[in-house]
Design a binder for this molecule. Sequence first.
Ligand code: KG4
Ligand code: ZN
Length: 355
Amino acid sequence: MSERDFSDPDVPLTVLGVESSCDETAAAVVRVVGDRAEVRSDVVWSQVAEHAPFGGVVPEIASRAHLRAVIPVIREAVEAAGGWDSLDAVAVTSGPGLVGALLVGVQAAKGIAYARKLPLVGVNHLAGHLLAPFLSREQAIGGRPEFPFVALLASGGHTALYRVDAPTRIRELGATRDDAAGEAFDKVAKLLGLGYPGGPMVDQLAAKGDPDAVKFTQPMRGRDNLDFSFSGLKTAVAVHVAKHGVPSPGAGLEDLCASVQKTIVDNLVRKLLAAARREEVRHAVISGGVAANRGLRAAALQGCQAAGVALHVPPARSCTDNAAMIAYAGAVALRSGRRDGIDLNARATWPLADG
Ligand code: KG4
Ligand code: ZN
């Protein structure tokens, strides 16, 4: 594979990114020059419909669906971006995630890098989410963040807070002790018969409900730390539904969704602001699938404004799983001199600190 040097930030670097860590097969081409990260193509093939009957992601179904989609998705992304000759390197999510799912993307990326004699780099999926606000996209809230910043990553598989001093210097400040925030949305939606994934459904219904209609205890109330816990909320909703039944649309469903959403959102925003205060930083980022939530965006914006913290939120498309963020994180890694060989492997777990 090629030994080209990418360390000069002003020399254009065009990276193909491949993502297959969970239930989205994605490929994108990003061209990085100086501070600009232009998304030249961004293809996401969602498997949601295949997992919906099971109310969650089934790993074996995910691997097989990735196998079917990976080549057409990569081909579409490369063709839309100007063809194979425009590429300088290949970046792929190599962890954390479902190993069988990750392996599909990793093997495809290795094959392409080998055949085209391109450098290859394995990317941490979480770093991809945290660096998503650096993609140059018009609909982003707050534009590019300045270092250092604190970041809330809230998705279906992860909920954690980080301090980011540089693209490759990231420290975890706290994380969920049980369910992720997205998982809480999904499990509550399942209890209410709303289908999978539940986050967007709860978000939609919550917009029409009264967030103070049902009082739920704030998770980890009174604890002075930056960890999260959402499994108690899921149990509280189950108890509420067992007692009162599942409410119907127009007769309590919207209120219940709004109340659950408010409990999750208040908790996320409170901890994000506590992290910014403790770390004495003036910039904050929210990313991950749950950052698409309109209630979270509004509350974070309001809370950050009041605290004098500049908030940066990628557009919803860059918050949920995608390969543009992986291509960008790959470009950062390549600029810093990192490369992987043909022996690159998938990692089910990969804490960010050593990524
Ligand atoms: O980042 P992501 O696409 O995949 C993971 O890495 O997990 O996040 C998916 C999660 C799901 O749990 C989904 O319900 C949640 O993000 N989600 C939302 C919204 N859109 C997606 N949760 C709340 N409100 C939304 N609008
Ligand atoms: Zn993700």
